[in-house]
Design a protein around this ligand. Structure first.
Ligand code: MCA
Ligand code: AMP
Length: 505
């Protein structure tokens, strides 16, 4: 194969009239039309002077055109770097600068903010709006519908996905052709996706879940997707009857269950519901089965590794577990202090190895060495155990991380912003249970002696600095933070104290 990922995911569909995307307005896009759009964009990208291996940073709304940009990057041998649409300009600037992106693609409305960034870094900038408006599609008009796929090997990079770091700065996880392809092939087989499937797709496409798990698997299977711009309950309910399958974060499932229209009849024809990115409560699993008769299939993955484990398609999908290691994935539970395997059934850190595991963090060899062992095992930072039947149970995290509605938030990053407030002496950011988002962010701040701080004033300082989903939903003001005898802030004490802030929200 000339370019294994492109040839496997896209190439075979060339010229096909079968529907690939069903859009919210009722229109459809065939595989052939989608591939032609990607090919036209690939001509634009190479016409801009981009060379294989160059990074393309894209902060764009979910749309067929946005997905075609991914196809174009793969076909032209470029490295795709999708970015959360919620990121602020300071956050974006870091990603663009760190990745040394040669091209920035952003919403037309963001151009004024990002033009100076592009100019400073000598990057090119094109725009792509939610309706396919902007300069990129204008340039693509009239380009040829075919593009000679750029040859790439299995170890060539295809994507950078930034994942936040426990010490503040985000790290670019480098993913290769074979990382993505091997995982998509495994998942398609394990979950039995075929061309008869229609996936209800309401996830964002700037993360592993919506782009590599959902989209790559459907492309490989040759099925279609009901491609919704975002999770909207009415749209979900309206479109479920046309779908055979759905992938979502736990919030999707709790929101569906909270709506009386979501009943057994609405889900009767469905083949498969899959959940991941955050823990699915056993309670949600059970309620879902009681309501619909379906057992949600929970799986576990990471940006750095794609998917590692999955509950079985056939056989028991066990609530409160993430199933078994996927074929080809070695998984072990180790003692964080020694790195040695713990006895079966005991809790330790989860380590994984396999063709799915990334190549390291871009330009961060020390960070890579801290997490990726020389023998190929990646230290996930998740704590887990194997139950008596070999199901993996995730029991906690060995990393200070909050997962809100499937988005990761590193407390350190928020603390740095709070600490920069002139009247704040110090802060501690914790995750507490939340009925909708699973977990949410609470900021505990200590004012400087003689200073008065209030919640609104503190929140103002995060508003321009951090994406909205990282903002504390509550600020607690305390005279001092609880510390142990070593002087370390006891976040567990704060979590116990403020754990029920949102219980009845
Ligand atoms: C939106 N807001 C959020 C979140 N999403 N706040 C905290 N956490 C969030 N996840 C903000 C909005 O900006 C808004 O702010 C307010 O919260 C309420 O918005 P709402 O309309 O309720 O939210 P929404 O637009 O419906 O979004 C919620 C969502 C969405 C559907 C759960 O966040 C989502 O699609 N999450 C999926 C994330 C995902 O794909 N993760 C996979 C990562 P305001 O009120 O101020 O306007 S990949 C991964 O983790 C690994 C690899 C894996 O295993 O998959
Ligand atoms: P990300 O950095 O966005 O790739 O998030 C990966 C993290 O999400 C993992 O390290 C886990 O902590 C968490 N995660 C993903 N899937 C699950 C799951 N099914 N149950 C519990 N946690 C999960």
């Amino acid at each position: 194969m000339v370019n294994p990922l492109y040839d496997s995911l896209f190439g075979g569909h060339s010229g096909k009239t079968d529907t690939f995307l069903h859009l919210a307005d009722g229109s459809t896009i065939s595989y052939g039309a989608f591939l032609a759009m990607g090919a036209r964009m690939a001509h634009v990208l190479t016409g801009l002077g981009l060379q294989p291996g160059d990074r393309v940073a894209a902060q764009i709304e979910k749309s067929p055109q946005a997905l075609a940009l991914y196809a174009a990057c793969v076909q032209a041998g470029l490295v795709f770097l999708p970015l959360n649409t919620a990121y602020t300009v300071p956050e974006l600037t870091y990603f663009i600068e760190n990745s040394e992106a040669r091209l920035i693609v952003c919403d037309p409305d963001a151009r004024a903010h990002l033009d100076p960034v592009a100019a400073r870094l000598s990057a090119k900038l094109e725009t792509l709006g939610a309706d396919g408006d902007g300069s990129l599609m204008k340039r693509a008009e009239g380009q040829p519908d075919h593009f000679a796929t750029v040859p790439r090997g299995p170890d060539d990079l295809v994507a950078f996905l930034y994942t936040s770091g426990t010490t503040g700065r985000s790290k670019g996880a480098m993913l290769t052709q074979s990382n993505l392809l091997s995982n998509a092939q495994t998942l398609q087989t394990e979950w039995r996706f075929s061309s008869a499937d229609t996936l209800l797709h309401a996830l964002p496409i700037f993360h592993t879940h919506g782009l590599f798990v959902a989209t790559n698997v459907m492309l490989l299977a040759g099925g279609s997707m009901i491609f919704l711009p975002r999770f909207d309950l009415d749209q979900m309910i309206a479109n479920l009857p046309r779908a055979t399958s759905m992938m979502g974060v736990p919030t999707f499932y709790t929101r569906l269950l909270a709506d009386a229209r979501f009943d057994k009849a609405l889900a009767a024809h469905m083949r498969l519901f899959i959940s991941g990115s955050a823990p699915l409560l056993e309670e949600t699993h059970q309620q879902f089965e009681e309501r619909t008769g379906h057992r949600i299939l929970e799986r576990y993955g990471m940006t750095e590794t794609n998917m590692n484990t999955s509950n079985p398609y056939d056989g028991e999908r066990r609530a409160g577990t993430v199933g078994f290691p996927l074929p080809g994935v070695d998984l072990k539970i180790t003692d964080p202090a020694t790195g040695q395997k713990v006895p079966d059934g005991e809790v330790g850190q989860i380590e994984v190895r396999g063709p799915n595991v990334f190549q390291g963090y871009w330009r961060m060899p020390e960070k890579t060495a801290e997490e990726l062992r020389p023998d190929g095992f990646f230290i996930t930072g998740d704590l887990g155990r194997l139950d008596a039947d070999g199901y993996v149970q995730i029991v906690g995290r060995n990393k200070d991380l909050i997962i809100s509605g499937g988005y990761n938030i590193y407390p350190k990053e928020v603390e740095q912003v709070l600490d920069a407030h002139p009247d704040v002496l110090e802060s501690a950011v914790i995750g507490v249970p939340h009925p909708d988002f699973g977990e949410t962010v609470v900021g505990v701040v200590v004012p400087r002696p003689g200073c008065d701080v209030d919640e609104a004033g503190v929140l103002e300082c995060v508003s321009d600095a951090l994406a909205r989903f990282k903002h504390p939903r509550k600020i607690v003001i305390l005279p001092e933070l609880p510390r142990n005898t070593m002087g370390k802030v006891q976040k567990n004490v704060l979590r116990d104290q403020y754990g029920d802030l949102f219980q009845n929200a």
